[in-house]
Structure formats: C-alpha cells, structure tokens
Write a protein of this length. Structure first.
Length: 257
C-alpha cells in the first residue's frame, strides 16, 4: 500500500535533513518522501551500497541527496555526519533517528556481546546523533526537528527482544526528555513507533513468526515502509507547529495505548 510521494504537500521544502539507517526499509522510504517534498537529504548508513541506491533513487526522481557513511554507535561518526550535512547543505534542520538492528533470540540464550551491539545501535545511536544535532541547532539559532524511530516493542515488550525492547523504551524516554529540554531552543522532538513493517530486516525472520504477529494485528497485514514514513515526515515538517514529546504507533491497531 505505497503512498504517492507527491500526493500531499508538507512544509519541508528547502530544509536540510539527515536520516540514519537510510540504506533500506523505512529509512529509505523516509528519505525519498522528504526529498519528493523538496527537502535536501543526507542519507547515512553503514551500508554504503544501500545508501548509494537510496541517493540514486532520489536523484533519479529529481530530488537532492548525498551519502555519508555513519556508524551511529560511534559518537565521532555522529558528529562527523552532522558536520557533513552542514558542509553539504549549509545547515541542518531535521534529524531522523531511524537506524536500528536486532536478532530475535530468547534472553537466556544471548550474551553481553550481542547486548552491547544492540544497545550501541538502538539506544546510544539516537543519543549520539541527537546530541550532535541539538548542538548544531543551538549554534545555528534556527530551532530544529528530531524524529526518533522507536517500536511498539518499547511500549509493550516483545518476545525474544528483551534488550532491543529496553533500548526502544529508552528512546521513548529520551524523546520526552529532549522535548522538554529542547523547547526553549525551538527544537521539537517526537517519536514514531512502527509495528511490524515489510523491510529487509523483517524479511529475514521465520515466516511462522511473521504470520503469528500479523494474525494478532486487527488490520491483518504488515505496514508498508511508506506508512510510518508519512508520519515521520509530518512530524519533521513545518506543518507540525505544536507537537513535541509525543509517541505515536503505526501498527495497524496491534497496540492501542
């Protein structure tokens, strides 16, 4: 159920946006949607090939985009990515913390090495990127928008995803705190919590797991990446003038609280 990127205008034209984990899935959909509406997008990922494909898709459609390699678990990389956006576009206006990773495995079977990787990408990543972006917003004195991608796993938990769920719950708490601290600087921070979405990461799951989750969704299907992307872009746009610190699920009704 893809959404036509040109179907409804939002206020992002001319804005400079950075999207993490934009080499595929929801990150690619967000980047393409932003660019289709006139934003200039710095596509970041550890997957250079995927990132280049996202940029090519944007440029082929007449948009403006550039790629920068970024491992969000590194604060040094986060700072370098924000600098790259400012060097490339002259400013940074929007940050979308989309990068994420996990392995579904019972808690008693995983180990500290896996925990560290999951925490580094899913929790430290948004912390690193948000700190670097907020410093830039304050220095520019222009305000800014941050949209974090959490998960319904961070709201209600998820079997086999104990540490991932903890990280995504942390992203929700981070969103609310940064929204409070950022308001004085005209920085709005919000959070989108997608349910199961048709992405390469989900495609790697056992089909029985996917079927069981979809069966529990009132709308009886996974999301298309364009569906959470649409909400992300609204929250990042000038059309969002008064929402901050909010967490919104895009889950087909799987969670309703």
């Amino acid at each position: 159920m893809a959404i036509d990127p040109s179907s409804s205008p939002m206020g992002v034209e001319g804005r400079a946006a950075l999207v993490t984990g934009a080499g595929s899935g929801i990150g690619r959909a967000i980047s393409r949607r932003l660019a289709a509406l006139g934003a200039r997008v710095l596509v970041t990922d550890i997957n250079d090939e995927g990132g280049a494909e996202t940029v090519q898709a944007i440029v082929s459609a007449g948009g403006v985009a550039s790629f920068h390699h970024c491992d969000v678990s590194s604060y040094t990389d986060a700072q370098a990515s924000i600098r790259a956006a400012r060097d490339t576009f002259g400013s940074i206006d929007i940050l979308v913390n989309n990068a994420g990773w996990d392995v579904i495995q019972p808690f008693l079977q995983n180990d500290p090495e896996l925990w560290d990787k999951v925490i580094g990408i899913n929790l430290k990543g948004p912390i690193h990127m948000s700190r670097a972006a907020m410093e830039a917003f304050v220095e520019q004195d222009t305000g800014g928008k941050i949209v974090n991608l959490s998960s319904d796993a961070g709201r209600v938990g998820s079997l086999g995803e104990a540490v991932y769920s903890a990280c995504k719950g942390g992203v929700i708490a981070l969103t609310k705190t940064l929204a409070r601290e950022g308001a004085r600087y005209k920085i709005q921070v919000n959070c989108v919590a997608p349910g199961i979405t048709d992405t390469p990461l989900v495609a790697g799951l056992d089909q029985k797991v996917i079927d069981a989750i979809v069966k529990a969704i009132p709308m009886r299907r996974m999301a298309d990446p364009d569906e959470p992307a649409e909400l992300v872009v609204f929250l990042a746009s000038d059309s969002n003038t008064y929402m901050t610190g909010q967490v919104i699920s895009v889950s087909g009704g799987l969670t309703m609280s």
